[in-house]
Ligand binder design. Structure first.
Ligand code: FE2
Ligand code: FE2
Ligand code: FE2
Ligand code: FE2
Length: 422
C-alpha cells in the first residue's frame, strides 16, 4: 500500500467525542496477548507523536506552523486517550508490565529478523536479551506477590527464563551509542529505529511513573533498577535515527511510521472490534501524513518523495512467537555494548569503565533487586518461577535453585558454553 495514493479527510473532520474515546476495555482473560501488546505499542507510539510535535513547537516559532501542529496533535492525544482506556480497571500495574516486556521481546525479535543494517540488528539483538530477562524477573515478582503465573498472561507464546541477567546490563553511560542511519538506509531499518525508540521510551516512562506506586519495597526497587536499563535502551535506539533530517522531514517520518503501524495492526489483528479501531486510527493518520507532506513542501520547499522515495509499506509488522530466534540469541548473553558495537565482557581491559560503573551501582549484591527477587522466590518455592518449552540453551542458566549473577559481567567466566537445542 502506498499511503500517499489515498484521499484522507481533512483533520478538522476527524475529531471524536468523549463517548468514542472511552471504549469497552479488552478482556484480560480472553483477549489474545498480542492484541494487548498492540495496544501498548500504539499507546507508546502516540506518546511519541505528541511529544515530538511539542518539541517542534518549542524549536520553531512560526505561528502558522504551530497552528497546523496543534490540529494534528489534538488528534494524537485523542487516540492516546482511547488506547489508554482499553486497559481494564482490574489489570494490575505488574500484570500490565508483563505485557510491556512481552511486547519488548517479540517486537524486538521481529524487527531484528527483518533489518538489514548490521548496527541496527546488533542493537536489537543486544537489548532483546535484556528485555527477555526483565520478563523473567517481573514474572517472579508476580509469582511472589500474587501467586499468579505469567505464562497465562503471555499465552505461552513467549518463554520466561533468564536472559542476560539484569545485574549485568548496567553499562557505563557512554557505552552503547551507535552512529545514526543515513537518509539512504533501507526504509524498513529507518522504520525499525523509529518504532523501537517510541516503544522503549514508553516502557521507560511507564516504569519512571509507576516505581513509586508499587505496593512493596522489593517491587519498587525492581522497577527502579529496570527503569535504568530502559534508559539505556532509549539512548541506544534514538541514536540510530537520522539526525541530519529536518524537523519537518522527521515529522513526515513519524506520521509515516504511525500509518504503517496502524495498517500492520489492522492487517494482523484477530479481534474484529479491535481491527475496526485500528482501521479508524489509520484513516486519521493518513490525514496527518498528507498534512505533514504539505507542511514539508510549504515551510521547507521539500517534496515528500525526497524523504520517502519508496513509499509503499513493507510487509506488515507482525507480533508473534519468536522462541527459536530468542533461544539462538541467548548464546550471546556474555556480550556488552562497547562504544558503537557489542563486545564480550571477556575482551574488556580490567580498568574498563564498564567495571567502574558496575562497582558503583552494585555496592552490595543483596541490594540488587533483580537478583533479590529471584533469590526470594527460590527461598520460598525451592526454585525460581520460569516457563520453558525445553531446557535453557545456556548451560550456566539452567539451574533453578541459584540465580547466576556472573554471566555478562564477570570476565573470569569463560566464553560461550551454551548449547543449542537439538
Ligand atoms: Fe497518532
Ligand atoms: Fe525491559
Ligand atoms: Fe527495553
Ligand atoms: Fe499522527
Amino acid at each position: 500500500m502506498n499511503p500517499f495514493d489515498t484521499k484522507p479527510a481533512p483533520i478538522e473532520r476527524t475529531f471524536e467525542s468523549f463517548c468514542e474515546l472511552y471504549p469497552t476495555p479488552y478482556d484480560p482473560r480472553e483477549t489474545d496477548p498480542y492484541t494487548k501488546c498492540r495496544v501498548i505499542l500504539m499507546n507508546g507510539t502516540e506518546f511519541e507523536a505528541v511529544k515530538f510535535s511539542h518539541q517542534i513547537d518549542r524549536h520553531i516559532a512560526d505561528p502558522d506552523l504551530r497552528r497546523e501542529l496543534a490540529m494534528s496533535r489534538r488528534i494524537e492525544q485523542q487516540q492516546q486517550k482511547k488506547l489508554a482506556n482499553l486497559k481494564p480497571i482490574g489489570e494490575s500495574i505488574l500484570e500490565h508490565t508483563i505485557g510491556y516486556e512481552q511486547l519488548a521481546v517479540d517486537l524486538t525479535a521481529h524487527l531484528a529478523k527483518r533489518v538489514s543494517t548490521q548496527k541496527v540488528k546488533d542493537a536489537l539483538d543486544l537489548a532483546l536479551l535484556e528485555d527477555f530477562d526483565h520478563l523473567y524477573r517481573y514474572s517472579d515478582l508476580l509469582e511472589m506477590d500474587a501467586g499468579e503465573h505469567a505464562e497465562r498472561l503471555v499465552g505461552r507464546y513467549t518463554e520466561i527464563m533468564p536472559g542476560r541477567p539484569t545485574i549485568s546490563e548496567h553499562r557505563f553511560p557512554t557505552d552503547g551509542i551507535p552512529t545514526p542511519l543515513g537518509a539512504d538506509a533501507p526504509l524498513f531499518d529507518r522504520l525499525a529505529a523509529c518504532i523501537i525508540t517510541a516503544s522503549e521510551q514508553q516502557t521507560m516512562n511507564y516504569y519512571m511513573n509507576v516505581t513509586g506506586f508499587y505496593g512493596n519495597d522489593l517491587g519498587r526497587k525492581l522497577y527502579q533498577e529496570i527503569a535504568m536499563i530502559e534508559e539505556q535502551h532509549v539512548t541506544q535506539y534514538e541514536a540510530l535515527e537520522d539526525t541530519n533530517a529536518s524537523w519537518l522531514a522527521r515529522l513526515l517520518m513519524h506520521e509515516y511510521a504511525e500509518c504503517y503501524l496502524y495498517w500492520s495492526c489492522e492487517q494482523t489483528e484477530t479481534d474484529e472490534r479491535m481491527r475496526k479501531l485500528w482501521a479508524r486510527h489509520l484513516e486519521q493518520e493518513l490525514s496527518h501524513l498528507h498534512k505533514a507532506a504539505e507542511l514539508l513542501e510549504r515551510f521547507e520547499g521539500t517534496d515528500w518523495r525526497q524523504v520517502l522515495p519508496e513509499p509503499d509499506f513493507p510487509d506488515p509488522l507482525r507480533l508473534e512467537s519468536n522462541v527459536g530466534y530468542v533461544r539462538a540469541a541467548l548464546l550471546s548473553a556474555q556480550l556488552t555494548y562497547k562504544d558503537h558495537a557489542p563486545k564480550p565482557v571477556q575482551e574488556l581491559p580490567g580498568k574498563d569503565p564498564f567495571f567502574v560503573y558496575q562497582d558503583a551501582v552494585h555496592a552490595r549484591l543483596d541490594h540488587v533487586a533483580s537478583h533479590a527477587v529471584i533469590d526470594a522466590t527460590i527461598r520460598r518455592l525451592g526454585h525460581d518461577y520460569r516457563f520453558e518449552l525445553s531446557p535453557h540453551p545456556v548451560t550456566e542458566l539452567q539451574p533453578r535453585e541459584v540465580d547466576n549473577t556472573q554471566i555478562g559481567r564477570d570476565p573470569r567466566i569463560p566464553g560461550y558454553t551454551g548449547v543449542m537445542p537439538g
